[in-house]
Design a protein around this ligand. Structure first.
Ligand code: IPM
Ligand code: MN
Length: 330
């Protein structure tokens, strides 16, 4: 049976890298029944639509969604991010953003091999806040952080389950308990209570600022990290930077309850400056597609794709040449 996948190539290099990801998945022998959706900056600029409700409802019917990148310089910040990407994350209840990082030793450290579980539907991203007296000298802007016990706990449980299946069975909570004494307190209590049910999983806690140092100087201490939405956003760009560059950073926006499709996308953006030049590295999209295969139960194909990415590590060339080389090694 072919998996039904909605494809949102999006803007800039998004469609180029998505094409290569699909090429590789098919080369690995996974049957996909794909439907293209024209969403992103181009559609917004021509029709004013970001994500019509009817399209969102249609997306609920797929097995998975594969996204390239959204964002163009002519659209003000926030319109596509909030209206398209975050709307899908929230409406489809994609409460885990799973981001793996792996690379060999480099001049800073002995090697990186960890996963970040980023809470994906709450925190400062929830959009709580607003303006008072906007544009006046007495303007007030607030932006709250929403942390529900349910939302935090389900994310932490996912992270413990993930850590349980890994070699070292180790999970680190990253937050800022010394300053965010309300939100971090809820996180810490939920973490400690769930930890009591996972006595086989070792745990640690790091403040987010210290975690930035450890990630660069001693990343081997991390196997699985769980953290809130905004800290996860920032830490995963750093994770990309210390593990071979953002061109290889992949992600799965997961609905672990499987009440609808999960969404897979590279961490990088639409890179409009290199769109159409063939310079985009499709690896982040390919690895994201491998995560999609794994989530759809195609574990063999997923492993073969990830091995093929490793084997072709030194291949340079255009976007499609790199895609061809990975496809040929599957
Ligand atoms: C990411 C991106 C998004 C985020 C933006 C595009 C809304 O930076 O997926 O990390 O902040 O989550
Ligand atoms: Mn980000």
């Amino acid at each position: 049976m072919a998996h039904r996948v909605a494809i949102i190539g999006g803007d800039g290099i998004g469609p180029e890298v998505t094409t290569e990801a699909l090429k590789v998945v098919r080369a690995a022998g996974v049957a996909l029944d794909t439907t293209d959706y024209d969403l992103g900056g181009r559609r917004y600029l021509s029709t004013g639509e970001v994500l019509p409700d009817a399209v969102l409802e249609e997306l609920r019917g797929y097995d998975a969604i594969l996204l390239g990148a959204v964002g163009t310089p002519d659209v003000p910040p926030g319109v596509l991010e909030r209206g398209l990407l975050l709307k899908m994350r929230f409406s489809l209840d994609l409460y885990v953003n799973l981001r793996p990082f792996k690379s060999g030793p480099n001049r800073h450290n002995d090697g990186v091999d960890f996963l970040v579980v980023r809470e994906n539907t709450e925190g400062t991203y929830a959009g709580e806040g607003g303006f008072l007296r906007q544009g006046t000298p007495h303007e007030v802007a607030t932006q709250g952080s929403v942390n529900t016990r349910l939302g935090v706990e389900r994310c932490i449980r996912y992270a413990f389950d993930l850590a349980r299946g890994r070699d070292k069975k180790h999970l680190t909570l990253v937050h800022k308990t010394n300053v965010l004494t309300f939100a971090a307190d809820l996180w810490q209590r939920a973490f400690d209570e769930v930890a009591a049910e996972y006595s086989d999983v070792g745990t640690a806690y790091n403040h987010v600022d210290a975690a930035c140092i450890y990630m660069v100087e001693d990343p081997g201490r991390y196997e699985v990290i769980v953290t809130d939405n905004l800290f996860g956003d920032i830490l995963t760009d750093l994770g990309g930077a210390i593990s071979g560059g953002i061109g290889r950073a992949a992600s799965g926006n997961l609905n672990p309850a499987r009440t609808g499709p999960s969404l897979f996308e590279p961490v990088h953006g639409s890179a409009p400056d290199i769109a159409g030049t063939g310079k985009a590295d499709p690896r982040a999209a390919v690895i994201s597609a491998a995560m999609m295969c794994d989530f759809l139960g195609e574990t063999d194909a997923s492993t073969r794709i990830l091995n093929a990415v490793d084997k072709t590590d030194d291949v340079e060339g255009t976007t499609s040449q790199i895609g061809d080389a990975i496809a040929a090694s599957c």
